[in-house]
Design a protein around this ligand. Structure first.
Ligand code: SF4
Ligand code: SF4
Length: 105
């Protein structure tokens, strides 16, 4: 009886947990409507085509309030209500993360 070579063991990369700390702030490219006054500075506010107030975004789509070095919100204490209810790990969050992964793949 011949002996087959052993199957090498491989260690799979663990799937990183869904966390804002290991995310490239995917959700900060979405349009953010300002539905309540949370103290967002005027200079960060834009008007959409229907006249609604939204967070201004730069040409590449990222929110103007995002620190592009740290990928953190620079107005966290005053962030819009929409940003507060966008939950880490929610279906919407997972969808955004998936889309970003696809873009960079
Ligand atoms: S809520 Fe989700 S998509 Fe937004 S920064 Fe956190 S992990 Fe990323
Ligand atoms: S206000 Fe802050 S949390 Fe909301 S989209 Fe902009 S950078 Fe992200």
């Amino acid at each position: 009886m011949s002996t087959l070579p052993p199957i090498p063991l491989v260690t799979l990369e663990p799937t990183p947990a869904v966390s804002c700390s290991n995310c490239a702030a995917c959700c900060c490219q979405l349009e953010v409507l300002l539905l309540t006054d949370t103290g967002v500075p005027e200079r960060y506010i834009d008007t959409d085509e229907w006249g609604g107030e939204v967070m201004a975004r730069l040409d590449d789509g990222w929110c103007i309030a995002l620190d592009r070095d740290t990928m953190r919100c620079t107005i966290y204490e005053n962030r819009p209500w929409v940003c507060r209810i966008f939950e880490e790990g929610s279906p919407e969050c997972l969808e955004e993360r998936e889309q970003l992964t696809t873009i960079y793949r």
